[in-house]
Design a protein around this ligand. Structure first.
Ligand code: ADP
Ligand code: MG
Length: 259
């Protein structure tokens, strides 16, 4: 269903993705793990053609691709019901009664039937995520891309969201690509798992196989990521520029009342 070949993307100031290749069969669920800032969102945006790759190809055998953004991208001034109605009007030719019927079904499916009239800012984080998922799925995409679907949610809500994603996938028979930094959710959601690792040329994708194969992998980089170890072949850059250090040094709060 999805074939990605030697995909590279770089921005003027930095390389982001280097020769990323993978394929996902119809009905499969690929989860790509990676540290914050490594290029997970850039990868999904390239798959959904929101940005163009600099090299390589992303071929997807359908034009009906849905994406659930990390920050949900809900319409703040529309109610839950109206958020779904908006995309149905834009993307389908269904009559008002047919739309109403389908919207109520989808709200029911994600457990928001009683919240149809509420505005996004009146919903909890988990409810907003469920609404964002319903809004993406209501136009029945064959491929669904999830950008950190459980980021910022508590562990129980995260697990419930992942269960919902799997239930809706099964009912719709869709193909998923999820990017996340949450190892537990990756094991729950993925039929196969890959990890983005940083190199001087940008992030490269290491495919680790099924969740069981990933756990049993002898690759030190995969083991380090799965365990969240700070020491190992994967490095994290947390550095201040010398300019900001100088600014700090010039401030006199170090010997003031700051602490
Ligand atoms: N439109 C853009 N222009 C320039 N740099 C960008 C752009 N989008 C993302 N980046 C950079 O690409 C890198 C990867 O970003 P992103 O894919 O958002 O990371 P994450 O893995 O956290 O989702 C970051 O260093 C980010 O600053
Ligand atoms: Mg991101």
């Amino acid at each position: 269903m999805i074939h990605v070949t030697h995909l590279s993307k770089w921005f003027p100031n930095q390389p982001v993705l280097n020769r990323v290749s993978f394929s996902v069969d119809e009905g499969e669920s690929l989860v790509v793990l990676g540290q914050s800032g490594i290029g997970k969102s850039v990868l999904l945006k390239t798959l959904s053609r929101l940005i163009e790759p600099d090299e390589g190809f992303a071929e997807i055998r359908t034009r009906n691709i849905g994406i659930v953004f990390q920050k949900n991208a809900l319409f703040d001034s529309l109610s839950a019901y109206e958020n779904l109605d908006f995309v149905m009007r834009e993307r389908t030719r269904e009559t008002a009664p047919a739309r109403r019927n389908k919207i109520m079904n989808y709200l029911e499916w994600v457990g928001l039937a009683g919240s149809a009239h509420l505005m996004p800012n009146e919903l909890s984080g988990g409810m907003q995520k469920r609404l964002a998922i319903a809004r993406t799925l209501i136009v029945e995409p064959q491929v669904v891309l999830y950008d950190e679907p459980t980021a910022g949610l508590d562990p129980i809500t995260s697990r419930l969201i992942a269960e919902l994603i799997l239930r809706l996938k099964k009912e719709a028979g869709s193909t998923l690509v999820t990017v996340t930094s949450d190892v537990q959710r990756a094991f729950q959601l993925g039929t196969k798992v890959g990890i983005l690792v940083r190199t001087a040329l940008g992030a490269e994708l290491l495919m680790a196989g099924s969740p069981e194969e990933a756990r049993a992998s002898s690759d030190e980089r995969i083991q380090q990521f799965l365990k969240g170890a700070t020491r190992g072949p994967l490095t994290t850059k947390i550095t201040a520029s010398s300019e900001s250090r100088n600014n700090l040094a010039n401030k006199d709060f170090w010997d003031g009342d700051f602490f």
